[in-house]
Design a protein around this ligand. Structure first.
Ligand code: SF4
Ligand code: SF4
Length: 300
């Protein structure tokens, strides 16, 4: 069976050009599957504009809900909640205060629902999050949206990745491009797990170097090939050299120096990748070289 090549595009922080690079790689080859794993702020679909959607709800957890027809206001649940998610709120009809769940603090641990002697607490599913799959011009895309305040972003990333693998097998796609979340949280970990390659996009600043090191350190705990792309590399050649030297010392190939090009932003505004918007530009040429390199490595 054909091996599917999973390439995770990551960055230590937001705004480094990670999604722009992912969009460009996603529009350079037909029959690609794209997994947007930035589930807290998915935006790659705005560029790729997938159609023919199928959307599924994602149950991110549960929240406690009190049935006041049954509750006897004993306060036992408040006593035992470790997350301080149960309060006595001032209410005219409740002289001692009304036992109330603070939804934003509830961790969904189920403890209160189990200890309530009159079974007055139900656990309601959090079902405002979803994942979607659709077709875009060059293949298929899976993306997701974690509703504000809901948790388990790592698990939702796993769902997106699993759907991407199923889709790639069904469509015979060789590549899955993963647009990972910025940072080093559980969603980033879930975006690295099981990937073949990680491409970290950074910028030539002190913060860029620091954040790049953190995400590469995280990726170093996994069996994955690591690469670096320096965006806006010409804006600070000294820092670009500094990043390159560090990567050389760590034996991590820098596979592209992208020049600053305001058309990156123009392309995003026009819902195009830079390689579609300005195919003859220097930046597009470098991205095509990166794409060729990643395809070559895939075959070796
Ligand atoms: S333990 Fe049950 S009955 Fe007691 S206050 Fe909590 S919800 Fe109400
Ligand atoms: S489910 Fe857990 S966190 Fe939520 S209110 Fe009950 S005891 Fe507290």
């Amino acid at each position: 069976m054909q091996k599917i090549n999973e390439i995770s595009i990551l960055s230590g922080k937001g705004g480094t050009g990670k999604t722009s690079l992912a969009a460009a790689l996603a529009t350079l080859q037909k029959n690609t599957v794209v997994a947007d794993c930035d589930v807290d702020a998915a935006n790659l679909y705005l560029i790729l504009e997938p159609e023919d959607y199928r959307t599924e709800k994602y149950i991110s957890g549960h929240k406690a809900v009190i049935n006041y027809d049954i509750c006897i206001q004993c306060g036992l649940c408040k006593e035992y909640c470790r997350f301080n998610a149960i309060e006595r709120m001032t209410e005219p009809d409740y002289p001692k205060g009304k036992i109330t769940i603070v939804e934003t603090s509830c961790d969904g641990c189920w403890l209160c629902s189990r200890i309530c002697s009159v079974n007055a607490i139900d656990m309601a599913p959090c079902d405002k999050s979803y994942w979607s799959t659709g077709n875009y011009q060059y293949g298929k895309m899976i993306h997701a949206r974690l509703a504000p305040g809901e948790e388990n972003s790592g698990k939702l990333v796993n769902v997106v990745r699993e759907q991407a693998r199923i889709t790639a097998k069904e469509s015979g796609a060789q590549n899955i491009i993963i647009d990972g979340p910025p940072g080093t949280g559980c969603a980033a970990i879930a975006s690295i797990t099981g990937a073949d390659k990680v491409v970290v996009v950074t910028e030539p600043t002190g913060t860029g170097l620091h954040d790049m090191k953190r995400i590469l350190e995280l990726a170093g705990r996994f069996q994955v090939k690591k690469y670096v792309v320096i965006n806006k590399s010409d804006l600070n050649p000294d820092m670009t050299d500094c990043i390159r030297s560090w990567c050389e010392k760590e034996d991590i190939p820098v596979i592209g120096n992208l020049p600053f090009d305001p058309r990156m932003v123009h392309a995003m505004v026009a819902c195009k990748s830079i390689t579609e918007w300005a195919p003859g530009s220097e930046i597009s040429t470098v991205i095509k070289e990166i794409h060729r390199f990643l395809s070559r490595v895939q075959k070796t």
